[in-house]
Design a protein around this ligand. Structure first.
Ligand SMILES: NC(=O)C1=CN([C@@H]2O[C@H](COP(=O)(O)OP(=O)(O)OC[C@H]3O[C@@H](n4cnc5c(N)ncnc54)[C@H](OP(=O)(O)O)[C@@H]3O)[C@@H](O)[C@H]2O)C=CC1
Ligand SMILES: Nc1nc(O)c(N)c(N[C@@H]2O[C@H](COP(=O)(O)O)[C@@H](O)[C@H]2O)n1
Length: 219
């Protein structure tokens, strides 16, 4: 499986503010670029923190990209995936509408009633891990369901775990020209942080996009 992480940060590396509310960091051209990456993937993954904070939809905005996928014999939108160890995703979350398949990755510790509620709301439950979602197991389970190309849109907890598990193949990072600040504001890679064996990336491209910079790395 190819795992492509895409995110937008402020100059100081923040994904959003300390209020953990969605902030428009990207400009129009960068959002169009994100749509194009989504269009080439089989599934788009976020953590439950992003679902609770942003209530994202994770489908394609551009109808021409939808038509091109259909012409290739693919579903109109990539599947949506949420890493949600205890099945906390709200049943009225936008990712649970019927526009695309939605996988909810849970751990063995997820309560049975919450799993049933999410299944009744259209989710496909995939168990991977004991207390917390195990991404290596989850990737195998998604691959068995036909997901070869996985895009990850955040947030910082999930991105850290994927780097920690050595699962990231590619990173595209849009750095917008704003300062957000805040010691408690989420950053590109949160979690416990590394103290040794820091993942070292290989810079492939640097490009000006909108009023910011797009950095592309092989990982
Ligand atoms: N600018 C940008 O590009 C983006 C910004 N954001 C912003 O980021 C913030 C949300 O980020 P964040 O709070 O880090 O949330 P995440 O989206 O990273 O979700 C974190 C949650 O995912 C669950 N999870 C399940 N398995 C794992 C695992 N193996 N490793 C890590 N987490 C796991 C955990 O909850 P549990 O234990 O219950 O499973 C955890 O609390 C919001 O403010 C949002 O607006 C988000 C995406 C993109
Ligand atoms: N690329 C990018 N730039 C920003 O400025 C952002 N705030 C985000 N956030 C991500 O986009 C998701 C919203 O997706 P929908 O438009 O609802 O499909 C959000 O949840 C973050 O993952 N991304």
């Amino acid at each position: 499986m190819h795992v492509h992480v895409n995110a937008a940060t402020s100059v100081d590396g923040k994904l959003s503010s300390r209020r953990r509310e969605q902030i428009k960091i990207s400009g129009d051209d960068d959002f169009a670029r994100v749509d194009e990456i989504r269009a080439t993937t089989d599934a788009v993954l976020v953590g439950v923190g992003t679902v609770l904070a942003d209530d994202p939809h994770l489908t394609l905005d551009d109808d021409e990209l939808v038509s091109a996928r259909e012409a290739r014999g693919e579903p109109p939108h990539p599947a949506r995936v949420v890493a949600d160890s205890r099945a906390r995703t709200p049943t009225d979350a936008r990712i649970l509408d019927d526009e695309a398949t939605t996988y909810v990755l849970v751990s063995a510790a997820a309560p049975a009633d919450r799993r049933a509620d999410l299944e009744a709301s259209g989710a496909v439950i995939v168990e991977a891990g004991e207390e917390r979602v195990s991404f290596p197991e989850a990737c195998d389970a998604l691959e068995a369901r036909g997901v070869e190309r996985l895009m990850v849109e955040g947030g910082g907890e999930v991105i850290f775990s994927l780097f920690s598990d050595g699962l990231v193949d590619e990173l595209s990072l849009y750095v917008g020209s704003m300062v957000i600040g805040g010691r408690d504001a989420p950053t590109l890679a949160d979690g416990d942080g590394f103290v040794a064996d820091f993942p070292s990336l290989s810079l492939r491209a640097v490009e000006r996009v909108d009023d910011g910079v797009l950095l592309t790395y092989d990982c």
